[in-house]
Design a binder for this molecule. Sequence first.
Ligand code: AMP
Length: 197
Amino acid sequence: MILIFLGPPGAGKGTQAALIAEKFGIPQLSTGDMLRGAVAAGTEIGKKAKAVMDAGNLVSDDIVAGIVSERVDEEDCKPGFLLDGFPRTLVQAEMLDKILTDKARKLDVVLELKVDEEELVKRLNNRIMETKAAGKEVRADDNEETFRHRLAVYHEQTAPLIPYYDEKGLLREVNGMASIEDVTAQIHAIFADLEKA
Ligand code: AMP
């Protein structure tokens, strides 16, 4: 199974993606995590990406598509994989189509986590307070101003993927404001539905 999690920053994509990946025994490919790994390791890609990421902007389509293309060739992606945070632009979606076609693979479903964005800002501020209270470092892109900028980037560049996948008949909506357990249950119900079809 190959699936995409779509939704604004802070919608819970990472949390749900990890739960679903574990349940189905497929890897969670988070381009955000991969890029943060590259920054931490000080690679060439990491050096290019750091300032862009800290400002809440998008890293170039070629860089992220290259990372994903290499990653899906690894053995653990054979049974399928879950994309969390990719694609994020129409160009990336088209690149993904080509990557999958070239590798004779097929996208099964795109899950759109729908959320109330003002509520997300509240959740973010709580998360920052908790992280600080726990004495941990807050991510450089975790502050309200950058977050609102990332939401704007989402609307401008990523939201057009919703009609793109809808037209392909691949889009399924999930109410992302429900509890973590309930969101997982909605996703399982979608999978059950897909199996029947
Ligand atoms: P995330 O952890 O998914 O919120 O990603 C953190 C940051 O990494 C984003 O704000 C972008 O700067 C960068 N990033 C992650 N995925 C992508 C992508 N598919 N395309 C461009 N930039 C990305």
